[in-house]
Design a protein around this ligand. Structure first.
Ligand code: ARG
Length: 483
């Protein structure tokens, strides 16, 4: 198919008297971006050829020839040898042009009953379904790295569980098990994975049969497209089907929230690996040196995990901004939907394995963590709650223990360094026996509610998380994979 001076050889040129200006064409051409959707586009074309065959627009021989040509076309894409031409506007047009080159007029029959508006909506939905599977697998990898570390640090018969300072305001608050802290990230990531899976359930609707916007006069069956492409159901409204991009937006929102989780984990790793914290050392394979300071050992990978967050949040904002203000139905602005989606997927594909590897490489300084957990008057709450158990209003207990902390601080000791007699003197309800409470392991053991940091509770929690993370990412109802 040649392109003449008016551009009539293009998908839409016949109506117009002039070929597109170079500047206009340059702005509109999108093959470099949407060429990435060739798999999805060809899957849609196969399904469509099947429907055209069923209603008699294609006879048996034509149907066979078209399917064979679509296979050859897929091979070219797979070999990165598809011959894009400068006058191909987008992946849909390029494939049709190639089919016409390959098959002659038969190649032009496939356009009946569809529009690039429903084609691109279909392609993007198929892509997002697949991308969800990949991202969730990446999240599982990070969770597994955290779970493995949590398991190791839960201790054995001859090695006690690793303690860690639990912080608020980046100040030591109460002692916890390191495993409890690591599992906190696992649960946050679990909800991140859930957001992608929830989005996919909404994206899982077939749009072919919508045509440009109103549905078709040809007797094509929307349910047949859904079945052949593996969609859970058919979209209820053709206008919504070609205009909506909330599925992609929701995917990007999930990506942005996940990126923020990863960034927060990255920040922990950066802090832990400072000399000042000294809680953990990132393995050599996930550290970098300095080009000038020979002693340096930098957590660049954790920093990059943190740093990549800006662009993923930006991807979400870009798509929201693109869609804002668009009237029904398809508008060409929507062509800008794909780059942010691809960028977010590509970024997460880099970030998640690097984060998982960094976590797996961590060597924790168990002694330093235990010292930090015990310091900072971190058992003050335990003492105050003991007073509550002995009938003292918490408001008073808080004040009494605050006074003891002040005295300990003046004496340059922690609470367990105070003379038990001093503690006993601080309130009628206190006696020297409460000094026994001031043991950090006992303090952790006491927090034995299901969500608490006691070793038994954390063991149950860990097993629960393992079961969830070990489950297939496709295990929820209504989420069969895309084509
Ligand atoms: N390439 C377009 C996109 O990605 C699809 C083409 C629809 N164009 C049109 N003029 N109706 O959204």
């Amino acid at each position: 198919m040649g392109t003449d001076a008016t551009g009539a050889g293009r998908l839409w040129g016949a109506r117009l008297q002039a070929a597109p200006a170079d500047a206009a064409w340059a702005l509109g051409v999108s093959t470099a971006v949407d060429g990435r959707l060739w798999r999805q586009d060809l899957a849609g074309s196969r399904a469509h050829a099947g429907e055209l065959h069923r209603i008699g627009v294609l006879d048996d021989a034509e149907h066979d020839r078209l399917l064979a040509a679509l296979d050859r076309c897929a091979d070219l894409f797979a070999d990165e040898a598809f011959p894009f031409r400068d006058d191909d506007e987008d992946v849909h047009g390029a494939i049709e042009r190639w089919l016409v080159d390959d098959l002659g007029p038969l190649g032009g029959k496939l356009r009946a009953g569809r529009s690039r508006n429903d084609q691109i909506a279909n392609d993007l939905r198929l892509y997002l379904k697949d991308a969800t599977t990949g991202v969730v697998a990446g999240i599982r990898g990070v969770q597994r790295a955290l779970l493995d570390q949590a398991e190791v640090h839960l201790g054995t018969d001859d090695r006690p569980a690793t303690l860690a300072p639990g912080m608020t305001h980046l100040q030591r608050g109460q002692p916890v098990l390191l495993s409890h802290l690591l599992l906190a990230w696992v649960w946050m990531l679990e909800r991140d994975a859930g957001r992608f899976l929830d989005a996919r359930a909404r994206i899982d609707e077939s749009v072919l049969g919508s045509g440009a916007l109103a549905g078709l006069t040809l007797d094509l069956d929307p349910a047949a497209y859904a079945a052949s492409l593996g969609f859970a159901r058919v979209a209820p409204n053709s206008m919504d089907a070609v205009a909506a991009r909330d599925g992609a937006t929701e995917f990007l929102a999930a990506a942005a929230i996940l990126s923020v989780t990863c960034s927060r984990i990255g920040e922990e790793l950066v802090l832990w690996s400072t000399a000042e914290f000294g809680y953990a050392r990132v393995g050599d394979a996930f550290s970098t040196g300095s080009s000038i300071m020979p002693q340096k050992r930098n957590p660049d990978i954790a920093e990059l995990v943190r740093g990549k967050t800006g662009r993923v949040v930006g991807d979400l904002v870009a798509l929201l901004t693109t869609v804002k203000g668009l009237p029904m139905t398809y508008n060409r602005d929507l062509q800008e939907d794909k780059e942010p989606v691809f960028d977010a997927v590509d970024t997460l594909e880099l970030v998640l394995p690097a984060l998982a590897g960094t976590i797996a490489s961590l060597q924790f300084d168990v002694d330093r963590l235990a010292t930090a957990a015990a310091g900072g008057f971190s058992l003050a709450t335990d003492l105050a709650e003991e007073l509550v158990r002995r009938g003292v209003p918490f408001r008073d207990a808080h004040e009494v223990v605050g006074g003891l902390v002040r005295r300990a601080e003046q004496a340059g000791v922690d609470l367990d360094g105070l003379d038990p007699a001093v503690i006993a003197d601080a309130h009628d309800a206190l006696d020297t026996s409460v000094a026994e409470l001031l043991d950090v392991r006992a303090a952790v053991e006491r927090r034995d509610a299901s969500l608490g940091t006691a070793p038994g509770s954390v063991r149950v929690q860990l097993e629960h998380a393992r079961r969830l993370v070990g489950a297939q990412s496709d295990d929820r109802p209504g989420r069969e994979g895309g084509a």
